[in-house]
Design a protein around this ligand. Structure first.
Ligand code: NDP
Ligand code: ZN
Length: 182
């Protein structure tokens, strides 16, 4: 379980992620604050996955900072340590690559990720599918939504075998998404 030091670290990560994502919005019609998403990912890890490992929870909160903000690896290492940095880097796409290449790399690399990274990615895909069902980007065609679901399914195929509760959660949300979109 978490001790006082862990809770301090948790608030530090929440504050850091909120600051880094402060000018960003999600792609839903209401342009929700971006920070809602990393909080949702960490909450999914904790409540659904019963992941009580502070390194994973902190990396879950920070999982989109390197990819989507100007955060540097050095900042994360200084504030949260090398272990958290390595994990955040493991779930970060190389934005210098073309989008379709990045998408394929996620599929190819998923089976080779560490167990901690696999769980963060599983929670991330689950949250994005939930958002796609309940608060989708308004400009996305039905085909684009379907393609997104199909792609997550391919990534998640490589993330299985670590946390059955998170896998079941993803499967439930995917089935719900497919029903709603049918
Ligand atoms: P994007 O990568 O552009 O967008 C999806 C990402 O946006 C999510 O992974 C999530 O990432 C973030 N996000 C922010 N807000 C939301 C929200 N409300 N709901 C869900 N996700 C949100 O999409 P893709 O490139 O994956 O496009 C989906 C599919 O459509 C692809 O398979 C591609 O082939 C196809 N496509 C079609 C196009 C078209 O014009 N028809 C153009 C481009 C792709 P995070 O957690 O990192 O924030
Ligand atoms: Zn994310």
């Amino acid at each position: 379980m978490l001790d006082t030091e862990d809770i301090t670290l948790l608030f530090k990560a929440l504050t850091f992620a909120a600051e880094k994502h402060r000018l960003q919005r999600r792609k839903d019609g209401e342009a929700s604050p971006y920070i809602n998403h990393p909080i949702q990912v960490a909450d999914t890890l904790w409540q659904i996955g019963e992941v009580y490992d502070i390194v994973t929870i902190i990396a879950g909160l920070l999982h989109d900072t390197l990819e989507d903000t100007k955060t540097t690896p050095a900042e994360i290492e200084t504030l949260f340590g090398a272990e958290v940095l390595a994990l955040v880097q493991e779930v970060t796409d190389d934005k210098s690559l073309p989008k379709m290449r990045r998408k394929q790399l996620q599929i190819d690399k998923a089976p080779h990720k560490s167990p901690r990274a696999k769980q963060i990615k599983l929670a991330d895909k689950s949250c994005n599918i939930y958002d796609l069902t309940h608060s989708p980007p308004p400009n996305w065609s039905s085909q684009r939504r379907q393609e997104y679901l199909d792609w997550t399914e391919q990534v998640v195929a490589g993330l299985r075998g670590i946390n059955p509760a998170l896998e079941n959660h993803y499967d439930t949300l995917l089935a719900e998404a497919r029903t709603v979109m049918a």
